[in-house]
Design a protein around this ligand. Structure first.
Ligand SMILES: *Cc1c(COP(=O)(O)O)cnc(C)c1O
Length: 229
């Protein structure tokens, strides 16, 4: 079985190759290691191999691991669905939240962000595939939410995030990611210059990087297959 260190190196090499193919620098692309379902010991192992930034999608599970690993200088990104009664721990324990899709949630996160911490970095999640079951605002609705977030003192709007439907069709992967890039460009034209496109996972990070991803969220390719819930 491949070690986490070897997997991390392989993922970094994929990122570097995709960046080169896109004429971009590999250090423009941040890697969030998605550690959901894996125990704290695996995260510590990834940290020992040089990984510092981790993503989780389930609050209670994440808070347990954050507590266990508080002695390590890790950065935590929340990437899952947000319940409005859970915004307090989210705003206190994470540096980033990628999955903001409602103004009310944004308001609560801002209200709950402690004064002693820097503003919470957030992304607006966009449903680029138009699947009814998927989270995120519909394309075109991100502008209004961006206006609302820009007015909140304890949030810093960094960019857009998407989880397109899984598909082996590389051209379709690129179209979904290109849409998110275009929405980010439109926001910039409306006075919201953002620096983050959070897109690309284990199976489609190359397509995402070709379309401008600045942050990829990779789980399986680092930690292995997750047990089915
Ligand atoms: C699980 C998850 C990932 C990682 O997916 P892999 O296919 O395992 O790389 C990325 N982003 C989000 C939002 C996730 O929930």
């Amino acid at each position: 079985m491949a070690t986490i260190a070897a997997n991390l190196q392989a993922v970094q090499e994929r990122i570097a190759r995709a960046a080169a193919a896109a004429g971009r620098r590999a250090d423009e692309i941040a890697l969030v290691a998605v550690s959901k379902t894996f125990p704290a010991a695996r995260i510590a192992e990834a940290h020992a191999a040089g990984q510092r930034v981790f993503g989780e999608n389930h609050l209670q599970e994440a808070v347990e691991k954050i507590t266990l690993l508080a002695h390590l200088p890790l950065e935590w990104h929340f990437i899952g669905p947000i319940q409005s009664n859970k915004t307090h721990p989210l705003a206190r324990q994470f540096q980033w939240v990628h999955s903001v899709e409602r103004g009310k949630i944004a308001q609560r996160l801002s209200d709950a962000r402690p004064e002693g911490l820097p503003p919470l970095d957030v992304c607006i999640q966009v449903n680029v595939s138009g699947e009814a079951s998927k989270s995120g605002v519909a394309p075109g609705e991100e502008a209004r939410l961006a206006e609302a977030i820009a007015r909140l003192p304890r949030l810093r709007l960094r960019g857009l995030m998407a989880i397109p439907e899984p598909t082996p069709d590389a051209a379709l992967q690129r179209r979904r990611f290109a849409l998110l890039r275009e929405l980010k460009e439109k926001l910039a034209a409306r006075g919201h210059p953002l620096d983050t496109l959070s897109m690309g996972m284990s199976d489609d990070l190359e397509a995402a990087i070709l379309e401008g991803a600045t942050l990829v969220r990779v789980g399986t390719a680092i930690f292995g297959q997750r047990q089915k819930a």
